[in-house]
Design a protein around this ligand. Structure first.
Ligand SMILES: Cc1ncc(COP(=O)(O)O)c(C=O)c1O
Length: 408
């Protein structure tokens, strides 16, 4: 007997490309030392000394928790204090006209999972952009949904309104439900942020979906708090607030990056519902799915976030630390762009975030050649991704020429 697994049509690779590249980079660091290696694989923020950046305020609050704050079960939908706090964090100054409801989930991953589970049917196709976070496909596949991509960019490198419109209309001809996932601001892997004009185009397409077809628009905003000024990067909420009754926007808001709580597994799915009934139903069905999948979300990070939002001084401290980290990241992005320009390295349109992507025909080959020089990137379909979040500014300056040489 060679296998006991019921694969059910899934193609499961021997190893995850991201984790494999990450492991190779860590092995190289152990062998040659951190200064000799550029590990641009990781989707987490590291300081210029190569240490995982954890906000001091969050660290202090985590350590101050009492046993009952982390050991007790949290309610299935999250603690009431956390649910209010995370809504404030996600919306910032924005006051929606829609009916909101926030459900705590173990990470943005789980929010996306619940959205697909409850707003599409087995056999449906989920729509997202071709440049995307790879787990969308496996999350959908685990629940017997397929995936369809629209081209994120047109020939001029702008948001591809025409292909978005075409794919939405194609899918709703054959499905009663449609889940669309848009990962912006600071898309992973490209760093692209939809402009307000892009959003007006998205809204125009959504407005044309026949009323009997039900659409959930999942906004994966995992990197929102590192994309720019908090209110500026949330301006697009006004476009997706108060849409027609057949469109349900769901914000997947993760604490992983925003509060440097990656391993804490904390996030929320937040609806902007057209009616109180749809918001109530959102709470009921998603709580049901949570109970049947992971049960209760971890309590410790919820306690920490609730405390941050019940103390203005603490909140200001967290925000100041985050602003400092955001500025560091934006300077790294600028450094990378400047050097890319100098050596003629073309990147996919980038505005902010943890990653820069370089389009190329042979991503695996480019990554292999770079790894011989102790430089580690992630191969994607159609390009290679460099994590500027995990590389110091000096390394971000060195990367473009190294990548260009590996491509040439
Ligand atoms: C685009 C995107 N969405 C969602 C997530 C999920 O993050 P988490 O489950 O840690 O909140 C990630 C994490 O890397 C991501 O890059």
């Amino acid at each position: 007997m060679k296998s006991m697994v019921a694969y059910n049509g899934r193609e499961i690779p021997e190893e995850d490309k991201v984790f494999a590249a990450c492991k190779k980079a860590l092995d190289a660091v152990s062998e040659y030392g951190p200064d000799e290696v550029i590990n641009a694989t990781v989707g987490a923020l590291y300081d210029d000394e190569g240490q995982l950046l954890v906000f001091r305020s969050v660290d202090r609050l985590m350590k101050a928790l009492r046993p009952e704050d982390f050991a007790a079960y949290a309610p299935i939908a999250g603690t009431p204090g956390f649910r209010k706090a995370i809504l404030k964090a996600a919306l910032s100054g924005f006051e929606p006209k829609s009916y909101t409801c926030a459900i705590g989930t173990p990470g943005g991953t789980a929010a996306i999972r619940n959205a697909i589970a409850n707003y599409s049917c087995p056999g449906d196709r989920i729509l997202t952009h071709n440049w995307h976070w790879a787990p969308y496909k496996s999350i959908a596949g685990e629940m017997y949904r397929g995936i369809e991509y629209f081209e994120l960019f047109d020939e001029e490198g702008r948001f591809n309104t025409a292909d978005f419109d075409y794919k939405v209309k194609k899918l709703i001809r054959n499905q009663e439900h449609l889940v669309i996932i848009l990962n912006t601001p600071a898309n992973n892997p490209t760093g692209y942020t939809l402009t307000m004009d892009d959003w007006y185009a998205v809204k125009k397409t959504l407005d044309e979906i026949p009323l009997e077809k039900k659409t959930a628009l999942v906004l994966d905003v995992a990197y929102i708090d590192f994309a720019g000024e908090p209110d500026e990067v949330r301006r697009f909420y006004s476009v997706i607030d108060n849409l027609r009754s057949n469109i349900l926007p769901i914000i997947a808001y993760s604490a992983s990056k925003t509060f440097t709580l990656y391993g804490g597994r904390c996030a929320a799915m937040i609806c902007l519902a057209h009616s109180p009934d749809v918001a109530e139903e959102f709470e009921k069905v998603n709580s049901y799915s949570s109970r049947a999948t992971w049960s209760n979300p971890p309590r410790a990070p919820q306690e920490v976030i609730e405390r941050i939002y019940s103390d203005e001084t603490l909140l200001a401290e967290v925000e100041a630390e985050r602003a400092e980290a955001r500025d560091m990241l934006l300077s790294r992005g600028k450094a990378f762009e400047e050097e890319a320009e100098k050596c003629g390295l073309k990147t996919v349109p980038f505005s902010a975030g943890f990653f820069v992507t370089i389009p190329c025909d042979d991503p695996d080959g480019v990554c292999d050649r770079l790894s011989e020089k102790n430089v580690f990137l992630i191969p994607f379909e159609g390009g290679v991704r460099a994590s500027i979040a995990a590389s110091s500014e000096d390394k971000c300056r060195r990367l473009p020429a190294l990548i260009k040489a590996a491509m040439d």
